[in-house]
Ligand binder design. Structure first.
Ligand SMILES: Nc1ncnc2c1ncn2[C@@H]1O[C@H](COP(=O)(O)OP(=O)(O)O)[C@@H](O)[C@H]1O
Ligand SMILES: [Mg+2]
Length: 549
C-alpha cells in the first residue's frame, strides 16, 4: 500500500515568500557560464578568443575596413593566461565602452535582423565576468578613433545590478584607430588541438579571406595568416522581419518600439515585402480599426494580424541582405591554407527557412595534398569544417545540422569509399540573417529541414565534381602501375634476347620501352574512341526519344 503523503506544515506560503528573491542576468550567467561556452579549460580559452575576434570582425565589416587583428596569449602561471586582442576597426566611444565590455545583453546587434557574427550581446561582457570570477581583476581596454586621441580604461561588472564599473580612465595622444582589449583568465589552458585557439584562428582565416591575423602563442611563436583577398565583403544589410516568419509575441514587441503612429503604417513600414495589395487583404481579415495606435494592440488583435499574415501571399523574403564568402574567395584561401591536390567549391543561391529567414550555403571539398586531419602517427582522417556567419564552429559537432547533412551524403557514390579515413576536407559555410543556433554558446546549428537539405544538395553537387577527378586520378595511377610493371621486366628480357639474337642489349631495351609506351598509348586511344562512341550512342538514344515524343 502506498504511504500516505506527509504535508510539511512548517513551510507556509508566507515562509516561502520570505525566500522570494530576484537576481540579475549577470548573476544568472555567473552561475551558468557553460551556456556561454565558458567551461572546460581548452574550450574556455578558445571561446574567449572567439568572442573578441568576432567582435573585431563585425565592427570592421560594418565600417568597411579591411581587418588586421593581432592576438597574443601569454602564460602567466599554471592554467593562468593573459589574452590581448587588437583590431583596426572603428573603435568605441567612452560613452559606450563600459556597456560593451561590462554589461550583459547589451550591444548594437541583437535588435537588428542582420547577418552578423554577434547576436545577443553577451560575448565581450561574458569574458569580463569570467576574468573577474577567476582572477578578481578587471579587463583593460584601449580605444581610439584615429584622430590622435585615445583612452584607456579598466572595466568590471557589478554582478548584482549588471552595470559596468569603470576605473583608471586615462586619455592620451596616439594615432590609433580600433579597440585593444587585455584580460587575464585562470582555469584555462593553451594546448594545440583541433579545438585550440590556433585552429580557430586558422579556420577564421579560411572563411574570411580578406582578414590578416597575426597570432603569438604562449611559446612566443608567431603565426601569420595574411589576407588572400583585398576585397571587403559586401556589407550585410539589416532586413525587416518577413510576415511569414513572425509570432504574435514578435508583433507585439515590434509594435511597442515602432515609430509609426497607426497600425496600418506600422504594418507597411516595419515588415519586409508588405505591398498595398497585401495590406488591403489584411485589413479585410481583421475586425478592428487599423488606424489605432500600435502600442495599444491587444494580444487578440496581434493574433488576428499573424493569422492574416499566414493567409496572405507575400513575395519570398529579400535575400540581397546576405553577404556570402564567394566561390573565388573560398578557392583562394582554401588553396593557400588547406593546400589540397584537388578542390571543388559550390556556392548555392540564397534560400529561406521557416518562411521568414534568408540563408545561403557554400561548400568546398578538398582532396589529397594536405587536405584532411593528420594524426600524430601520420595517418589521414576526414576533416569537417563548419562555419556559421563566417565563424568557425569547433565544438558540439554531434548535435549540429551541418554534421548531420555531411553524414547523410553517400560518399561512396562520389568515389570516397572510406570517407572517415580519407584525406579530405569538407568545408560548409552557412550565412543567415538569423542563424538558428542550438544554444547561447553558438556552436551548433539547429536541425532545420530546409537548411539540412540545402547543405546536402550543395555537397552532392560538389561531390559529383570530386568523383570525376578521383576517377581520372585512379585511371592515371593504374596506367602508371602497368607501365612500371612492364618496365620492370625490360632489363631481364632484353638481356635474354640479346644473348639469343646477338643484337645489342641497349638497342633491344630502347625498342622494348617504345613498344610498352606505344601499347599504353594505343589502349588510351581505344578507350577514347569507345567513350566517343558511347557518347554518340547516348545522343542518338536521346534524339530518338525526342522524335518519339
Ligand atoms: N572590437 C570592437 N569594436 C567595436 N565595437 C565593439 C567591439 N567589441 C565589442 N563592441 C561593441 O560591443 C557590443 C557588445 O559585444 P558583445 O557582448 O560581444 O555582443 P554582440 O557581439 O553579440 O553584440 C557589440 O554589439 C559592439 O557594439
Ligand atoms: Mg560579440
Amino acid at each position: 500500500m502506498a504511504k500516505e503523503q506527509q504535508i510539511d506544515i512548517t513551510t507556509t506560503a508566507e515562509a516561502l515568500a520570505k525566500e522570494f528573491k530576484e537576481h540579475s542576468v549577470a548573476e544568472f550567467f555567473k552561475k551558468n557560464r557553460q551556456m556561454l561556452g565558458l567551461y572546460g579549460k581548452i574550450r574556455s580559452l578558445t571561446t574567449i578568443i572567439h568572442e573578441y575576434v568576432t567582435n573585431s570582425l563585425d565592427a570592421c565589416e560594418e565600417a568597411n575596413i579591411l581587418p588586421e587583428i593581432e592576438i597574443k596569449i601569454d602564460e602567466l602561471g599554471p592554467e593562468y593566461y593573459e589574452v590581448t586582442v587588437k583590431d583596426n576597426g572603428p573603435g568605441l566611444t567612452k560613452e559606450v565602452v563600459g556597456k560593451a565590455f561590462g554589461q550583459l545583453l547589451a550591444g548594437t546587434k541583437f535588435h537588428r535582423l542582420m547577418q552578423m557574427r554577434g547576436q545577443q550581446g553577451i560575448g565581450a561582457a561574458g569574458c569580463t565576468m569570467f576574468s573577474q570570477m577567476t582572477t578578481g581583476k578587471p579587463v583593460k581596454v584601449i580605444s581610439g578613433t584615429g584622430n590622435g586621441k585615445c583612452f584607456a580604461v579598466e572595466i568590471s561588472i557589478d554582478a548584482k545590478t549588471n552595470q559596468p564599473k569603470l576605473s583608471n580612465y586615462k586619455e592620451f595622444k596616439r594615432n590609433f584607430r580600433g579597440v585593444a582589449v587585455r584580460a587575464k583568465f585562470k582555469e584555462v589552458l593553451y594546448k594545440e588541438s583541433e579545438q585550440s585557439p590556433l585552429e580557430y584562428i586558422r579556420r577564421t582565416a579560411i572563411a574570411n579571406p580578406h582578414v590578416t591575423i597575426k597570432f603569438t602563442d604562449p611559446s612566443g611563436k608567431k603565426h601569420i595568416f595574411k589576407r588572400t583577398s583585398n576585397k571587403i565583403p559586401k556589407k550585410p544589410k539589416a532586413v525587416k522581419p518577413h510576415p511569414k516568419g513572425v509570432t504574435v509575441d514578435d508583433v507585439l514587441s515590434y509594435a511597442r518600439s515602432t515609430k509609426a503612429q497607426k497600425v496600418i503604417s506600422f504594418l507597411k513600414n516595419d515588415f519586409d515585402r508588405m505591398g498595398a495589395k497585401a495590406l488591403e487583404e489584411i485589413s479585410k481579415k481583421v475586425n478592428f480599426d487599423l488606424n489605432k495606435d500600435p502600442r495599444s494592440l491587444t494580444w487578440e488583435e496581434a493574433e488576428q494580424i499573424v493569422k492574416a499574415f499566414r493567409e496572405t501571399d507575400f513575395l519570398a523574403p529579400s535575400t540581397d541582405t546576405l553577404s556570402p564568402i564567394g566561390e573565388e574567395q573560398i578557392k583562394k584561401s582554401f588553396q593557400t591554407i588547406v593546400k589540397p591536390e584537388f578542390l571543388s567549391v559550390v556556392s548555392r543561391k540564397p534560400k529561406v527557412y521557416a518562411g521568414g529567414f534568408a540563408f545561403q550555403v557554400e561548400v568546398g571539398i578538398g582532396v589529397g595534398g594536405e587536405a584532411g586531419r593528420t594524426l600524430a602517427n601520420g595517418e589521414k582522417k576526414a576533416e569537417i569544417m563548419r562555419f556559421a556567419n563566417k565563424v568557425p564552429l569547433l565544438f558540439d559537432a554531434g548535435s549540429c545540422a551541418i554534421t548531420k547533412a555531411v553524414q547523410s551524403v553517400d560518399w561512396k557514390r562520389y568515389g570516397l569509399k572510406d570517407f572517415e579515413n580519407s584525406p579530405v576536407t569538407v568545408f560548409v559555410s552557412l550565412v543567415s540573417v538569423y542563424v538558428p543556433y542550438t544554444g547561447a554558446g553558438k556552436q551548433a546549428v539547429a536541425d532545420i529541414d530546409e537548411i539540412v537539405e540545402e547543405i546536402k544538395l550543395a555537397l552532392m553537387d560538389s561531390g559529383r565534381r570530386t568523383s570525376r577527378y578521383l576517377a581520372a586520378l585512379r585511371k592515371e595511377r593504374e596506367k602508371q602501375m602497368r607501365r612500371e610493371a612492364f618496365m620492370k621486366y625490360i632489363p631481364e628480357v632484353s638481356s635474354a634476347l640479346a644473348k639469343i639474337t646477338k643484337v645489342k642489349e641497349d638497342k633491344l631495351k630502347k625498342k622494348l620501352e617504345k613498344l610498352v609506351l606505344d601499347k599504353l598509348k594505343l589502349e588510351e586511344l581505344e578507350e577514347k574512341i569507345e567513350k566517343a562512341r558511347a557518347e554518340a550512342r547516348g545522343k542518338e538514344v536521346k534524339s530518338n526519344a525526342k522524335e518519339s515524343n
